[in-house]
Design a protein around this ligand. Sequence first.
Ligand code: DAH
Length: 339
Amino acid sequence: MLDKINTLKAEIDALVAADAAQVEALRIKYLSKKGIIPALFNDFRTVPADQKRAIGVALNDLKNYATDKINGLRESLESQSAGSEGLDLTRSAAAVRLGTRHPLSLVREEIIDIFRRLGFTVAEGPEIEDDWHVFSSLNFADDHPARDMQDTFFIQRNPDVLLRTHTSSVQSRVMENTQPPIRIICPGRVFRNEAISARAHCFFHQVEALYVDRNVSFADLRQTLLYFAREMFGPDTQIRLRPSYFPFTEPSAEMDISCNLCGGKGCAFCKGTGWVEILGCGMVDPNVLDACGIDSKEYTGFALGMGIERITNLKYQVKDLRMFSENDTRFLDEFTAAH
Ligand code: DAH
């Protein structure tokens, strides 16, 4: 009997339980009325009288030991689950504060998206350019006063290295390397030597579009412009084209849209005219096609260029251009909902 008690004690010593149900199962196995230890107490009757004392002590010992052990297992499980109460695994994670997209990026992506639906793909070119791609290939004569239209930043003392004044430079780069059909949209930063004010900055952003193929006509240009204006500013938007001049297009035009603030009735924003100017455009001058290695007898094309700041101002009424480059998060946070 003593041997049996000692073996049981070692067995109980090694008990483990993973949850409350297992603890309860152990309690039933060892301590319940029909459990192993009460059964030993029943057998106690058969123990010879001279051993009764020693075995009685050992049996009581075993019972206490088993009770303590099983209570201990229960308590340690309870304290573990109490400890994990502060750790609610079903709780949603703390919100990570994300930055906002810059309004100019939002508008640039929207413009690209609209032209992408018409089959245009994005093309990019360098910001530090040479005279050929910014001016000469685009039909600006050497002494053409149009070069003064855009106050150019020259780099070093070399007049051939300059910061591009418009993204039209990407047109000539692509035409030099690709034969039609060409359908590209070129977003990018441009630079002009202007005093910084609410209405002018020394750098800003443009998007250029170019379409060259057989039989591209002014009607194609007009329809593309109308589609763009309505996708960008809403289905009721009207457009109007006014004759203009650019060295690289002939004929050239400037496009107005019906004022998106007053719907064309006339307000302070459109200075009472009902129209606001948004971009320049025209048919690619044959001289430009030829200068870039595209046969102007076979191909025609249209081009257009717009300022992203201008479009953003129209969409979001940003009054001061400087806001776009000051990184004031109070301003930038206003565009969170526009994502
Ligand atoms: N490059 C012109 C500018 O910076 C904008 C422009 C006008 C681009 C007419 C064009 C165009 O492609 O056809 O003012």
